[in-house]
Design a protein around this ligand. Structure first.
Ligand code: PGA
Length: 252
């Protein structure tokens, strides 16, 4: 399965800086045998697209979406609007949205389903808090999140979902989850995939890791069986550093 790397800029870079980032990144040498996406703020999609031109690497991604097609939903953005910028990937259920704006499993499920219907790959984020891990509840929490999110999602087709395991205690803390522990949780996620979609999809869906991934540790994840790539926050803010992450992800 092709590995995938997704840059998550979070709430950084308006249109001016986004355009400059993309131009700088395109000058970097990038590996061909890995899918690279950049998830930029809504307001920077147009500038990122303009700087990308017809280039397909990196693919353009969004950080969130709303599930309705159009209507009286002030402040929201639909999948078809994202398509107008050539967005092909979209993060849903990031823990920052779950914790800061109260996004629920049900909302995450609706977003993932709507994206797929529009032909956009949903990247469904799940992960436990530090307290949950300490209490031995990590597997239970993640299992429930995945089950709720994928119930109306299809495992096939070009917009097949990607699941991102992002333990909350590892995000932005510089304390990454050890690859062996991430692998254990990826196996839990794959068990849910097999239960909901059928055994043949168990190893057919890309499950990626996120949380303090950088150019120094990315190889440990991408070379672990069952970890199909990474979601990269802080280490994606500098285009050169993110290019280093991309190159390190596929060691020669
Ligand atoms: P981080 O963020 O790489 O800065 O830990 C990852 C994420 O939130 O997706």
């Amino acid at each position: 399965m092709r590995k995938v790397l997704i840059a998550n800029w979070k709430m950084y870079y308006g249109p001016v800086k986004a355009g400059a980032w993309v131009r700088a990144f395109r000058r970097e040498r990038l590996p061909k045998d890995i899918d690279i996406s950049i998830a930029v703020p809504f307001v920077s999609l147009a500038a990122a697209r303009a700087s990308l031109g017809r280039a397909t690497i990196p693919a353009l991604a969004a950080q969130d979406v709303f599930w309705e097609k159009e209507g009286a939903f002030t402040g929201e953005v639909s999948p078809s609007m994202l398509l107008e910028f050539g967005v092909s990937v979209c993060i849903v259920g990031h823990s920052e949205r779950r914790l800061l704006v109260g996004e629920t499993d049900e909302m995450v499920a609706k977003k993932a389903e709507a994206l797929q219907k529009a032909g956009i790959t949903p990247v469904i984020c799940v992960g436990e808090t530090e307290a949950q891990r300490k209490k031995g509840q990590a597997a239970k929490v993640v299992r429930a999140q995945v089950e709720a999110a994928i119930k109306d999602v299809k495992p096939d087709g070009k917009a097949a979902a990607i699941i991102a395991y992002e333990p909350i205690w590892a995000i932005g803390t510089g304390k990454p989850c050890r690859p062996v522990d991430a692998k254990e949780m990826h196996d839990v996620i794959r068990d849910v995939i097999a239960k909901v979609w059928g055994a043949r999809y168990r190893d057919d869906i890309r499950v990626i890791y996120g949380g303090s991934v950088n150019e120094r540790n990315v190889t440990e994840y991408t070379t672990t069986t069952g970890i199909d790539g990474a979601l990269v926050g802080s280490a994606s803010l500098d285009p050169r550093t993110f290019a280093l992450v991309c190159r390190a992800a596929v060691p020669a």
